[in-house]
Design a protein around this ligand. Structure first.
Ligand SMILES: [Zn+2]
Length: 452
């Protein structure tokens, strides 16, 4: 019952009324569509935005029966697992012309001059800016659905504030992870310089390394990353674009990837080119994954999880990519400033979310680019001191979310208390209704109330 909402907020299950008797409605009919909200079946791939808007607003402010709340909760699951878009390999689009183009592109890519590759990519992405869903430059549909559930719970209950466990340790306001996919030998050899730049700002990062074919991976290189307080992650097996071509290929490669992870003591994974099939991912034995974009208009594989918060795919924690990749910023949008990144950071902070970056060592070797990267780090470091943003290694963020998932809010002598591993780092927070909708306040820390 309300699994996604409860998992996300750690709201005490005991405060939710038991479901009404009678069969639960699983079919949502509205906005011209009939959708099975437990599977997403019936949802038109082309335009889920009307369906979602209808879900968020339906039944207005009145008390909603529990089965209607369940529909909102199911919609969260559909978005986060990208069930609203057919990304499966068996879909016609992937096996048809698109995958042919993709294969040709991969085979011929080394032969094309860089400028022609960029031209091809821009052509392939034509029309991205006219897509209404997911929303550019950050999509918050999942957060809005969570808010809709809070609203209903707050309307239905006498207390004006409802407790939950705050998203980040020590009551920090938001979180940031810096990650680097290492694409070529050039990028590998620039990692040391990047770590030096980061050290100046007290920021530590994760490096996603390709184990086979692309470049040599000497043990000293990996140890150098660890010795600098940074983290080694796996970036596919050989980065040939075929990891998700078929279940057989994936399973075969997953075994090898798992073996490398064990050897390298790596607990984090990112799929090359953000290609993904979320139902296969649990075959990879990692603590967390970083292969799902919040919205993917500028990526070869479209979709997106429409959230700026970590979430679980089984036992695997997903840390979604919530900002535009450096390559897309520099070469598709053709911008050499921090403007878009700053805008995305501000939007995500308003939702107390995870700000996550991919900056490729390969693409910031030029002076202007490494200076821009340095400016970004200075900006993040400033946010850490002025706004309480938690800048952490992805593995530490995953550890926290896994501990938080074991925590429980319990009532003791009329007051709420958090029990479970690392409970001393956790803070009780309260949701209430303000003039501008749902707002949060964190106990024993600077009260945070942002209107939206
Ligand atoms: Zn890559």
């Amino acid at each position: 019952m309300l699994t996604n909402f409860l998992d996300h907020t750690r709201y005490p299950e005991s405060l939710i009324d038991s479901p009404a008797t009678g069969p639960q409605s699983r079919i949502f009919a509205g906005a011209g569509a009939k959708v099975d909200v437990s599977t997403g079946v019936g949802l038109s791939n082309s335009d889920p935005i009307h369906w979602l808007n209808a879900l968020q607003s339906f039944h207005g402010n009145g008390n909603m029966p529990i089965e209607k709340l369940q529909e909102l909760d199911n919609a969260i699951g559909i978005l986060r697992l990208e069930k609203y878009i057919d990304n499966s390999i068996s879909s016609e689009e992937q096996t048809g012309i698109k995958s042919l183009v993709r294969d040709c592109y991969y085979w011929l890519r080394p032969l094309f001059p860089v400028s022609f590759r960029k031209y091809l990519q821009r052509m392939a992405l034509r029309g991205w800016d006219s897509k209404a869903f997911p929303a550019w430059p950050v999509d918050f549909t999942t957060e809005k659905l969570m808010d809709a559930i809070w609203r209903q719970l707050l309307n239905a209950q006498t207390p004006k504030e409802l407790p939950f466990i705050w998203f980040w340790p020590e009551g920090q306001s938001s979180c940031c992870i810096m990650t680097h996919d290492v694409e070529t030998a050039l990028g590998r050899d620039f990692c040391g310089t990047m770590m030096q730049i980061e050290k100046r700002h007290g920021i530590y990062s994760a490096f996603e390394v390709v184990p086979e074919q692309r470049y040599e991976v000497p043990e000293e290189f990996l140890q150098g990353i660890r010795d600098n307080g940074c983290e080694v992650c796996l970036h596919g097996l050989n980065h040939d674009g075929h990891l998700f071509t078929s279940k057989a290929v994936f399973s075969e490669r997953a075994k090898k990837i798992n073996a490398y992870a064990e050897k390298w003591r790596a607990v984090g994974f990112r799929s090359p080119v953000m290609y993904r099939n979320l139902s296969w991912l649990p075959e990879l034995r990692f603590s967390y994954d970083m292969s799902v974009p919040n919205m993917a208009h500028l990526d070869p594989q479209h979709g997106g999880c429409c959230t700026v918060m970590p979430y679980f795919i089984g036992d695997l924690l997903e840390l979604p990519l919530t900002t535009t990749q450096d390559y897309s910023l520099f070469h598709i949008l053709q911008q050499r400033s921090l403007d878009l990144w700053k805008k995305q950071i501000a939007m995500i902070q308003q939702r107390y979310g995870l700000v996550s970056f991919i900056v490729h060592p390969d693409y910031v070797t030029e002076k202007w680019a490494s200076e821009l990267y340095n400016d970004l780090l200075a900006y993040l470091s400033e946010l850490r001191s002025s706004q309480g943003m938690w800048i952490a290694l992805p593995r530490d963020v995953a550890d926290w979310w896994k501990a938080r998932r074991q925590m429980k809010l319990v009532q003791q002598g009329g007051a709420w208390k958090i029990e479970g591993p690392q409970a001393e780092r956790a803070r009780i927070a309260y949701a209430s209704l303000g003039a501008n909708g749902v707002q949060f306040r964190v106990e024993k820390a600077q009260p945070i109330a942002v209107a939206r």
